[in-house]
Write a protein that binds this ligand. Structure first.
Ligand code: M6R
Length: 365
C-alpha cells in the first residue's frame, strides 16, 4: 500500500526516520553500543584484525562508507569488494579477518556465492547485515545484524541503504570499542549523535519541495557528474547509481581530487555537477575543486549545511542540508540525493518503482 504517496520509492524515502529508529532500537544504550546486538557477546570482536566487506550495488556503496569508519574508529584494515569479483578470483585472507556481507534481500546470487567461498577460505567468522530475517544469507551466516527497514518494494534502494549505514556504524563502533581503540567518552559521543539521526533525517526531508524545483532543470539533461571526498565519495557513487537507475540519465561519480586526472574534460555548460559538501577539514579543498568546475562553465548543484558558506551564486544552485556531527554526514546527505533522483525521474516520466531491465532481487548471475 503506497498510502498518500504516488510511488513506493517516495513512501520508502519518507519512512527513513522511523526505520532508522527501529534499526537503533535495542542496539544502543545511553552511552554505548550494547554487547548483545549480534546475538552473541560482542567480545568475539576483540580478535578481529582485518575486515573484508562484500556486497553488490547499493549495498556495496554502504560497505565503502564503512571502510572509512572502521579504519578511522577501530584502526583496522578494511577492504570492500563487489561480490561478483570476489567470488571468481584468488583471494588472500589475512589471519583473523571478519567476513562481512551486506544485502537488503539476502538472496543476491553473487553475495551468497561469495559467502560460500569465504567459508572454504577460512575467516574468523561471518557477519551478515541484512533486511530479510528469513533470507538465505541470514540462514547461512554465523552472525546477523538485521537492518529492520521493513519490506522495500521500489527497485531503487533507499531506506535499505540508510539502515545499512546505521547498522554499519553500530558495527564499526562495536569493533572499535572491543579493540579498545575508542575511549568511553568518544563512544558516548558517537552513540549520542546516532540517537539524533531520525530527527536529522526528518529535517533533511523538509527540502523536498526545494529539491523538486531544482529537478526541473534536469528535464533535458543526458549526463551528470557526482563529486565527493572521503566518506562522501561513496555517497556520490550512490547518488549517481540512483539517478541512472530511475531516470536513465548517464551519471558518473568521482572522488573530487580525481577531477584533474580526466573527468574535468567532460565539463561544459551542459554538464550538471552534483556535490555533497561535508563540513570537515576537506571543505576548503572541495571548494577549490568546485571553482575548477565553475571556471569551465559547469552547472554546480551543491548540497551543504548553512555554515559551509556556499550560497546561490552565478552557476551555483545551493540546497541546504542539516548541520550534523561529521560521523552522520554520509547518512544525512543521502536524503537529498534520493529526493533529487526521484523528482528527476518523475520529470522524465520513467517508471520510478519498476525501472526497465532491472529486478528487485538479483537471484541469478
Ligand atoms: O539485495 P541486495 O542488497 O543484495 O541487492 C544488491 C543490489 O542488487 C541492489 O542494491 C541494487 O543495486 C539496487 N537496485 C540499487 O538501488
Amino acid at each position: 500500500d503506497k498510502g498518500e504517496f504516488r510511488h513506493y520509492m517516495m513512501k520508502e524515502i519518507y519512512e527513513q526516520p522511523k526505520v532508522i529508529a527501529a534499526c537503533l532500537e535495542g542496539r544502543i544504550s545511553d552511552n554505548k553500543v550494547l554487547t548483545d546486538c549480534f546475538g552473541v557477546d560482542s567480545s568475539f570482536l576483540k580478535s578481529v584484525e582485518n575486515v573484508h566487506i562484500i556486497a553488490c550495488g547499493t549495498s556495496y556503496h554502504a560497505g565503502m562508507v564503512a571502510k572509512y569508519w572502521i579504519e578511522d574508529l577501530a584502526n583496522l584494515p578494511c577492504t570492500v569488494e563487489v561480490a561478483s569479483e570476489y567470488r571468481y578470483r584468488k583471494v588472500a585472507v589475512p589471519k583473523d579477518t571478519l567476513f562481512l556481507t551486506l544485502s537488503q534481500s539476502g538472496e543476491t546470487a553473487d553475495t551468497l556465492a561469495a559467502l560460500r567461498k569465504a567459508k572454504e577460505l577460512g575467516y574468523l567468522t561471518s557477519l551478515a547485515i541484512c533486511n530479510v530475517p528469513s533470507s538465505t544469507l541470514v540462514r547461512e551466516s554465523a552472525l546477523t545484524l538485521l537492518t529492520n527497514a521493513g519490506a522495500e518494494i521500489g527497485v531503487a534502494s533507499t531506506k535499505a541503504f540508510t539502515t545499512q549505514l546505521t547498522a554499519l556504524l553500530i558495527t564499526s563502533i562495536a569493533i572499535a570499542s572491543e579493540k579498545e581503540a575508542l575511549s568511553a567518552i568518544k563512544e558516548a559521543e558517537l552513540v549520542n549523535s546516532m540517537r539524533s539521526l531520525p530527527a536529522h533525517i526528518d529535517e533533511a526531508l523538509k527540502q523536498d519541495v526545494a529539491i523538486k524545483k531544482v529537478s526541473d532543470r534536469f528535464a533535458n539533461k543526458h549526463n551528470a557528474l557526482f563529486l565527493g571526498r572521503g566518506p562522501m565519495f561513496p555517497i556520490a557513487l550512490e547518488g549517481s547509481l540512483k539517478l541512472k537507475e530511475i531516470s536513465y540519465i548517464h551519471a558518473e561519480a568521482y572522488p573530487a581530487g580525481e577531477l584533474k586526472h580526466g573527468p574535468l574534460a567532460l565539463v561544459d555548460e551542459d554538464m550538471p555537477i552534483i556535490t555533497m559538501v561535508p563540513h570537515n577539514s576537506m571543505l576548503d579543498k572541495l571548494k577549490s575543486n568546485l571553482q575548477e568546475v565553475a571556471a569551465r562553465g559547469g552547472e554546480l548543484y551543491v548540497f551543504a549545511d548553512k555554515d559551509a558558506e556556499l550560497q546561490n551564486t552565478e552557476g551555483v544552485i545551493f540546497t541546504e542540508v542539516p548541520k550534523v556531527d561529521e560521523i552522520l554526514e554520509p547518512i544525512v546527505h543521502t536524503i537529498p540525493l534520493q529526493l533529487l533522483s526521484y523528482h528527476v525521474a518523475v520529470v522524465k516520466g520513467t517508471d520510478v518503482d519498476q525501472p526497465r531491465n532491472l529486478a528487485k532481487s538479483v537471484t541469478v548471475e
